[in-house]
Write a protein that binds this ligand. Sequence first.
Ligand SMILES: C[S@@+](CC[C@H](N)C(=O)[O-])C[C@H]1O[C@@H](n2cnc3c(N)ncnc32)[C@H](O)[C@@H]1O
Length: 451
Amino acid sequence: MSNTTPTTPSGTTIVEIRDLAHGGEGVGKAADGSDARVWFVEGALPGERVRVGVTGEHKRWLRGHVVELLERSALRVQPPCPVADRCGGCTWQHVDPAAQAQLKADIVANQLRRLEVPTPVAVPSPQALGYRRRARLHYRVTGAGGGQALELGFFGQRSHELVDADHCPVLDPALDWAMQRLREWASWLPATGSVHGITNGVEVVLGLPGVRPHPELDAAIRELIASSSASEDGPTLVGVQLRGGREHVGVGRTWLELDGNGPIPPVAQGPFTFSQAQARQNAALVDHVMAMAQPAERRVLELHAGVGNFSRALARSAKRVWTIDGDREAVANLQRTAERWGLPINVKRGQAEKLLGKLAAGGRTYEIVVCDPPRAGIGVQAAKDLIAVASERIVYVSCDPATLARDLAVMIGAGSPFEIADLRVFDMMPMTAEVEVVVTLKRRGARGGAA
Ligand SMILES: C[S@@+](CC[C@H](N)C(=O)[O-])C[C@H]1O[C@@H](n2cnc3c(N)ncnc32)[C@H](O)[C@@H]1O
């Protein structure tokens, strides 16, 4: 077979899509079979036949986007967002929301296919739109001399070109409203920048990196805080954090209390620290991690604890929870929460991999280990250390099935004392291909699997 891509006169190729890649692109081959390379096609679904324009090329693969739909999948729907064809914020607006969780579970199963794992259970999102409580948008100021305007939105697909949108259907409506208020402050903002936001569904806090305090901006923010809190049923902007250089200035209240749930105390959260994107699905995720960890009267080590999303629940019944995270602000938040509510949590700032190495070398063990690393995963050495440090159960929360596959290969591979008790895929961010996977490991032969 030749490695020359067969193209139509217009420079496009007809591709048959068979699968989904872990980034959510359709995976397929040229329909006429004349090219051995694999295509990764944005916006294409399994079972579709599409005309594709090439956007990237490698000796083993090609990347492209759909130029024309020749045969469509039954899972394809009309995108609810009017700028879905340009905006890079969501890549799955064209996928039936009811099918998204299962498609994500299929992607995870495919990524883990070389390992002995059970079929992942899909946990659909309780809502497909208006769910996103945390986001970062970009802005660009246009015009001059008092006539400034602001373009605001996510970057475009495959580009850093801003897609200006006066409404984002995926954002929680309160956050969407507050983000749009930025347009009124155009004259006091730098030429380009980003805005971070977090909401509890009613109150909103915004964060503006690279923006120094300015008396007129300060006055405009205070006016919006006062007018929105005076209105009874609308959303309220409660504060804005300005982070210009080393100056960190808060106007109003710059944190929200999030994720309090019955006996689980809330955590104070600002716009710059990590929080799961959706409140309702996060509550289900925390419940599941609790059911899987079985922390009662156990010593728990929690890596990548952030502001304590799992820690506060684990600490309700654990003997003690030892946490570590690399983010200074998140660690300080969790420390304050633990002190305020008298939770048995020892909070530490540092690198999880280094801590695991030290604990493994010193022969220290914890009955339960929970970890929730960023996309990079924990890595091969840390995975080896982790199975040495955990004596009963490991709950690994992952947002990247490829790095999870690498780490799991060590954790359940030859000679490991652990096996998989449960594998679940939470749809935390519908309309995107993002996944949240929870793998629970237990000692081989030990009783107790899925709750
Ligand atoms: C996906 S977030 C999870 C946070 C928390 N578990 C939650 O559910 O909100 C990953 C966290 O890992 C932290 N982090 C990233 N790299 C780290 C490292 N090498 N060691 C420790 N923490 C790290 C980040 O600061 C972030 O809080």
